[in-house]
Ligand binder design. Structure first.
Ligand SMILES: [Zn+2]
Length: 157
């Protein structure tokens, strides 16, 4: 089976990166809104874990509802969530694994020394034992960028 691809509109891609830069050295988080595997909009959510937000993000029920409301405004669905890893690889932590739900896409952007870099997307297995990485593709149309943050799949984790 071909590896699934999550497609981000250019504005959603740059919005996630901008949010990660703005909240550095703290984590940012937000919702991914779109249809199927296409993200139309990245909706920034407040990070409520003030003291510990360098390493963890948490989506409150009220954020979840706000994201669902925004999705229905757009005639779309809540597809998942994004967050940043300040000075940490774009790979899910144990905390991320423990707090993820199946079905959703989890996009992680690494922000090194304030600069957004690698962006990855993950899906929780049905048995919740691990994440599987999925490809990210950015739709052209936004401002030109030299680096898409895409990287080849690395099997084995
Ligand atoms: Zn994380």
């Amino acid at each position: 089976m071909a590896q699934p691809t999550l497609t981000l509109r250019a504005a959603a891609d740059s919005g996630i990166r901008r949010h990660g830069r703005e909240t550095y050295p703290h984590e940012c988080c937000g919702a991914l809104i779109g249809r199927g595997r296409q993200v139309m909009e990245a909706l920034a959510l407040p990070n409520v874990t003030e003291e510990s937000s360098r390493r963890r993000f948490r989506v409150r029920p009220s954020d979840y509802l706000a994201a669902e409301r925004r999705a229905s405004e757009l005639g779309a669905e809540l597809l998942g969530f994004y967050h940043s890893h300040p000075d940490h690889p774009a790979r899910p932590s144990q905390y991320d694994l423990d707090h993820a739900w199946p079905v959703f896409a989890y996009v992680i952007v690494a922000v090194e020394e304030g600069q957004p870099g690698t962006m990855t997307s993950w899906r929780l297995r049905e048995d919740r034992s691990a994440f599987d990485e999925e490809r990210i593709a950015v739709e052209p149309g936004g401002p030109p960028r030299s680096e898409t943050g895409e990287r080849p799949c690395q099997p084995g984790f």
